[in-house]
Design a protein around this ligand. Structure first.
Ligand code: IDP
Ligand code: MG
Length: 139
């Protein structure tokens, strides 16, 4: 089932570098509606749970440490073809490979500190949104 929703986080690097406003502007200008939004901070424990799918990868420990290093902005977004269109908007994981004008091209620092998260499937968008938001926090 396609839900037309995705989940994103503005990661600690982009928050610390003052890019919250610009990134939200790019997201809404691209036609995404904000369904839920929260300024919050992950702990090592909650970051570890969120990225449990990557637990076997060599960068997991660094990823958990980075994602709990400062505040983030979590959002559920809605648009036709949300998953794919949002991945296009943010660009490749490594900002060095991200297309001109994409969010990671403009705001990311490195392959780990890469400005934003974007869900990779409808199923994961649902799981990730549920991780941060109750039903009453979605509009
Ligand atoms: P994605 O965020 O583009 O979907 P994933 O492969 O799902 O990329 O990786 C999750 C996150 O883990 C990335 O956004 C990035 O922050 C980090 N990451 C991915 N690959 C590497 C790597 O090779 N070195 C360090 N960090 C990485
Ligand atoms: Mg991913």
């Amino acid at each position: 089932m396609t839900t037309n929703r995705t989940f994103t986080m503005i990661k600690p690097d982009a928050v610390a570098n003052g890019h919250i406003g610009a990134i939200i502007n790019d997201i809404t200008a691209a036609g995404f509606k904000i369904v839920a939004m929260k300024y919050t901070k992950l702990t090592e424990e909650t970051a570890g749970q969120f990225y449990a799918v990557h637990a076997a990868r060599p960068f997991y420990k660094d990823l958990v440490s980075f994602m709990s290093s400062g505040p983030i902005v979590a959002m559920i977004l809605e648009k036709d073809n949300a998953i794919e269109d949002f991945r296009t908007l943010i660009g490749a994981t490594n900002p060095a490979d991200a297309a001109e004008g994409t969010i990671r091209n403009k705001y990311a620092v490195s392959i780990d500190a890469n400005a934003v998260h974007g869900s990779d499937s409808d199923e994961n968008a649902q799981i990730e949104g549920d991780f941060f938001f109750t039903a009453a926090e979605r509009f």
